[in-house]
Design a binder for this molecule. Structure first.
Ligand code: F6P
Length: 255
């Protein structure tokens, strides 16, 4: 089949909702593992969702990665409510500059004709520097904005893929190899049951902040991410997934 019928898509969406136990899921046709345009399609759907969610004075936190970068690139100009602010969810977590949260944040703010603030922190960061940096007034100000984000939009990665993309401490590599760490989102690594097994030391959004946000959107596709998506949603802090056909099919099959 070239294209899925709308009715087939809604069946997939319904089955993913049941599999993950979530209320909202959007599925776009294709497989983002092999087709770049699929990430852009997911991005467009995500941008539509975002437009419907914005209210005056809202803050939107975004993460990095290639899916989020595709979202920023494919985002049509949106008309936001007044005084909306975009911020990166967390400081540097080992992405190339074009896939960094800062870059994506600025690009999305431009499309939404909104303001933005950026976070400049070394990556990775030691414990001592971390404690000093979070006391810097300029950093503190941005962090306080991030911690009260109304909307969070983030990617999800396969733990091994992300560990290879980043400088990763040996104990974590072992946890991944032994199958303990399965997924990654905003610098947190999770096991198959959604427990946090490792956290990249950086400033910004903490897991608890998700509970305070009105909307949290996860955007992740590709058959290779099914296991990671399932693991992340066990956490139970997010109810909304934008994904693709290949990931959806794999999720339903039980990878
Ligand atoms: O590094 C930022 C990040 O959002 C990770 O938290 C996530 O695992 C990854 O990027 C997803 O990247 P991609 O969209 O390229 O698979």
């Amino acid at each position: 089949a070239f294209m899925l019928e709308a009715s087939e898509i809604s069946v997939l969406e319904q089955r993913v909702r049941e599999t993950l136990g979530i209320d909202n899921c959007i599925v776009v046709p294709g497989n983002s593992d092999t087709q770049d345009w699929v990430k852009q399609e997911m991005g467009k759907r995500c941008a539509q969702l975002l437009e419907g969610m914005l209210h005056p004075n809202y803050t939107v936190a975004v993460t990095g990665g290639t899916t989020m970068a595709a979202l920023a690139a494919a985002m049509p100009p949106i008309h936001t409510a007044e005084n909306v602010m975009f911020v990166p969810a967390r400081g540097g977590i080992g992405e190339q500059v074009e896939n960094e949260a800062n870059t994506i944040c600025a690009a999305m703010a431009k499309r939404a004709r909104s303001q933005y603030r950026l976070l400049y922190v070394p990556d990775p960061i030691g414990e001592e520097s971390y404690q000093t940096i979070i006391e810097e007034p300029s950093v503190k100000e941005v962090l306080s904005i991030i911690n009260r984000s109304n909307v969070v939009i983030h990617g999800i990665g396969d733990a091994m893929t992300m560990a290879e993309r980043r400088r990763t401490p040996a104990p974590l590599v072992e946890q991944i190899k032994s199958g303990v760490a399965v997924s990654e989102a905003f610098g947190y690594y999770f096991d198959a049951e959604g427990n946090v097994v490792h956290r990249v030391r950086t400033v910004g959004l903490q897991l608890e902040d998700l509970d305070k946000a009105e909307h949290v959107i996860a955007i992740a596709g590709g058959a290779s991410k099914a296991r990671a998506i399932a693991s992340y949603f066990k956490l139970g802090r997010n109810n909304l997934l934008v994904t693709d056909e290949a990931a959806a099919n794999q999720l339903i099959k039980g990878y």
